[in-house]
Write a protein that binds this ligand. Sequence first.
Ligand code: F6R
Length: 264
Amino acid sequence: MIISYPGNLSVRLYKLLMTRIKAMKITVTDNYKEQSELAASLMCNVIENRKNAVIGLPTGSTPLGMYKELIKSYNEGKISFAHVVTFNLDEYIGLPATDENSYNYYMNHNFFSFMDIDKKNINIPHGNTDDVTGECLRYEENIKAAGGMDIIFLGIGRNGHIGFNEPGEFFEPYTHQVILEKSTIDANSRFFGSVSKVPTSAITMGIKTILSARQIVLLASGKEKAEILKEALKGKITPKIPASILQLHEHIDVIADSEAAVYL
Ligand code: F6R
């Protein structure tokens, strides 16, 4: 991959980072189906190599195909989640787990209820809590107690967010409460029927939490992600584009379909 010099870094730091950036692998697939198959196969590899694999998971439209492929593999007897531990990236604040727009509901209805995963191994932030700070600390501790994440799968927001880490002045390191950007609320209103029904805040893993995963897979599909994907992977590393920090990870696979990869 050709990477342009991020002008906000010293040359010395840049050279140091370049040795790491080489570890980024970008795969461009012809279509969404291929992307989903490849993502599912990366997850299966980790599960096959580590019985008690700890996996970070996203919601949204992008990973739906990957979840379908994993369900297919499970039904064909090729994979088991019996010993897998999962941590979801984020959850809206104020929605009960039974609300069909909560990420808890999404995960159960699109994935977990079809798999042999042990319910006690499923971790999703509790968004319907009176103690958001306590919940964030608890979540962070639970990830550590599980031994950290072997792999995490990410989508990318149109504004460059990962998890619900919105563009800002600095990278928020640990699991925290976030006020959602208007562009995120607008984008997610497609699930709620109207903008006014979308919660305005959420709990999300922080940037350091995400980067602590031993492997990262970033998924991007569709032409509406093309511009931001280019900025995130080839532009400056800046909290104004949270996904740009992924350039620093030592083991990252980017899987983009041909539409999302058009400017790479
Ligand atoms: C969801 C999440 C978000 C989404 C992003 C892209 O758990 O963490 O960062 O990955 O908003 O969403 P889609 O895939 O719907 O375009």
